[in-house]
Design a protein. Structure first.
Length: 678
């Protein structure tokens, strides 16, 4: 980590456990200038350095066990049995390609090896929290065949009360599995099959209220006439093969992702107890089921090569299918929304298909004993086709086609160069400078009922240029680590989202130029025996140099406004003290205190929905005996009420209130498996 010339944060398994990272959004502020949140459906919007995911094309790429989580539709955000999390800040287009203009979150789960390993954990907490985790890894044949499986099951009552029904809202029932089968034919060739799945059942997936004032005057209180049950099922399958030659390493990875998400009951679209509008998408498995097939081949120099020249090159391709059929139901009270008629469904069909391929290469050349040069280039090509159709369906009547089946297609080509210099003053002190370019893929607008937002209008890719300088330093015999970075980012062809209500469709326009600059600091150390501390700080000043949006049929100039989902500052301080009991090092007590600060941020482009800076305190107190741990924990200790997500049209989602609970877990390591029989 300290020798890699880029802004990189790495959390190991111990840190992930100590911080209690269960979800991608829990990385907020732990990594400087990173903010993540979701409106209740577990699909997090992630922002790094003001480069923000604002549509289903992410700005921050997420990888799990080397597989790109292609879009917000297909990725698994809940975390279990994680080996480490790497967060690469700034554009990573050369090696990671599309939708990595803000950075990359690389999640690596624990995999089976030559030892029998297992674990089990239970969490109980307020709001009916029950979380059960377990896993095992087995060497079926030592040095040859390995198998592993982990599982997660979670129940939780919602934080909000729905006054209309008198029951809690956003009740969660979630299960997840992760399975490995690894076959090592010899010391050079390895095959790995990995299957992941997640099922989320959510009664009230979007606990939203209309406006900031209502959210704070009656926090965690809703009054909606619909329960809005959501079923979200994700399936990921991958096959990887690695061949390690003395002079090169060949990697091949094939993956398939499938997500089927629908609402068993329509979602309340007016967030009130009136029967005005609701969102319907339960039209069978043919619809609202996103699928993507990907394949990548990489050829690189050996990992531990001592040559002056190291290289990494490859090709990548994907095929995508995303058929969306969604209806807006206008109920008995639809006239309150301005509808001249009631009790009908306006159905929009948007069927997206696409494919793409890329070629990339990067070299790392040692110019001298202390100076190295990194140069990389990637070219991506994508083709997309969007088919649309509109249908009017009155209650008890016949369907009428309002928009005949028609389509449009677009193609995009994108170059992503990178150049970096790394200077090693010593083994403990490194300095680097980087220029890198990233892009977010273009697309085609969807069909909606808004006459000012015509369908099948293409929008171009969004480009980002990033310049940064940084230093990485170790002091006091590597007991103290200090990393610092300065960055400057420019975005052109900025993709501006416009959420069309009540259909809840996001339309995109290229209407912005963004400038972001700031600083990042990471400090950690072991000052005395038993005491660990970590401090991170991030400052981002991200504002639009140009921003034109459509408002009631007119263009509005919002140039100079701040970027959304971008706190001006983030900071994270953790102190953990561990003490052995008497001379028995198998028994330990530990206490941990965390402080997070999230600076002022905005949630809509007009900058009228804002959240002032706030502070959060978390606490853990526990006991360890050998491989067993029991801990009491509290998050949001001061019970701070704050906005963590809001839509541009004004719907507001409050963050979790105070949570507390008890964790009990244990693990074991056994003998290796049986030898291969000749």
């Amino acid at each position: 980590m300290q020798k890699t010339p880029l802004s990189l944060s790495v959390l190991n398994a111990k840190e992930i456990n100590d911080i209690r990272i269960w979800d991608v959004k829990d990385l907020s502020a732990v990594v400087p200038n990173l903010y993540a949140a979701h409106p209740g459906d577990l699909r997090s919007v992630v922002s790094i350095r003001g480069v923000t995911t604002s549509s289903y094309e992410p700005a921050v790429a997420v990888y799990v066990d080397g597989v790109n989580q292609f879009s917000l539709d297909t990725y698994i955000s809940q975390l279990n049995d994680i080996e480490r999390i790497e967060v690469l800040r700034g554009p990573q287009g050369t090696l990671y390609g599309r939708n990595a203009s803000g950075g990359v979150i690389n999640i690596i789960t624990k995999q089976p090896d030559n030892q029998i390993r297992g674990f089990a954990g239970i969490d109980y907490g307020n709001f009916g929290l029950q979380r059960y985790t377990a896993g095992i890894g087995i060497p079926v044949i030592t040095d040859k065949l390995f198998a592993g499986a982990t599982g997660l099951f979670q129940l939780k009552d919602g934080f909000s009360l729905n006054e209309f029904t008198g029951s809690s809202y956003d009740d969660l029932n979630m299960s997840q599995g992760n399975y490995f089968l690894k076959y090592q034919t010899n010391k050079r060739l390895t095959f790995l099959v990995n299957l992941k799945h997640q099922l989320q059942l959510n009664s009230g997936a979007f606990p939203l209220v209309s406006g900031v004032q209502e959210a704070f005057e009656n926090p965690y209180t809703l009054n909606q006439n619909r329960i809005s049950r959501m079923r979200d099922k994700t399936f990921n399958l991958s096959l990887a093969a690695t061949y390690q030659h003395d002079n090169y390493v060949l990697n091949s990875q094939t993956s398939y992702q499938d997500n089927y998400r629908f609402y068993e009951d329509p979602i309340d679209g007016d967030f009130s107890n009136y029967d005005i509008v609701a969102v319907v998408n339960n039209y069978g498995e043919k619809w609202n089921r996103s699928k993507v097939f990907m394949h990548e081949i990489r050829l690189s120099s050996p990992l531990h090569s001592i040559s002056k020249l190291r290289w990494n090159t490859g090709i990548y391709g994907f095929i995508q299918e995303n058929p969306v059929k969604q209806g807006t139901y206008y109920g008995d009270d639809a006239e309150m929304y301005g509808s001249p008629i009631t009790n009908f469904t306006d159905i929009n069909i948007n069927n997206l298909t696409g494919y793409g391929f890329a070629g990339f290469g990067q070299i790392d050349y040692l110019l001298s004993s202390s100076l190295s040069l990194i140069v990389g280039l990637r070219y991506d090509y994508e083709h997309k086709k969007q088919k649309i159709e509109g249908v009017f369906l009155p209650d008890g009547g016949e369907a009428v086609i309002t928009r005949t089946d028609t389509s449009a297609s677009e193609a995009y080509g994108n170059f992503s160069p990178k150049i970096a210099l790394n200077y090693s003053l010593s083994k403990e002190h490194n300095f680097y400078g980087i220029y890198s370019k990233g892009f977010r893929a273009g697309g085609i607008s969807q069909l909606s009922s808004d006459p000012s937002a015509p369908p099948l209008v293409p929008y171009d890719s969004e480009y980002s240029d990033n310049f940064e300088i940084g230093s990485k330093n170790m002091f006091a015999g590597k007991r103290l680590r200090l990393n610092a970075t300065l960055f400057y980012t420019r975005i052109k062809n900025g993709q501006i989202p416009v959420l069309i209500m009540p259909e809840a469709l996001t339309l995109i326009r290229n209407a912005a130029k963004l400038e972001s600059k700031g600083v990042e600091l990471e400090l950690s150390g072991l000052p005395v025996k038993g005491l660990e501390f970590t401090y991170t700080f991030g400052y981002t000043n991200a504002s639009y140099r140009e921003l034109i949006i459509a408002d009631d049929g007119e263009n509005k100039d919002l140039s100079g406004n701040k970027q959304i989902f971008t706190p001006q500052t983030t900071s994270f301080l953790s102190l953990q003290y561990t003490r052995s009991l008497a001379s028995n090092t198998n028994s330990k007590l530990f206490a941990r205190l965390e402080h997070r600060n999230i600076g002022k941020q905005y949630f809509n482009l007009a900058n009228t929905i804002q959240q002032d800076a706030y502070n959060l305190l978390n606490f853990r107190l526990g006991f360890q005996y050998k491989r067993m741990e029991a801990a009491l924990w509290v998050s949001n200790l001061m019970n701070k009420t704050y906005i963590d997500y809001a839509y541009d049209f004004g719907a507001v989602h409050l963050a979790e209130p105070r949570m507390y609970g008890l964790t009990i877990k244990t693990s074991f390591v056994g003998n290796s498996g049986k030898k291969e029989v000749n």
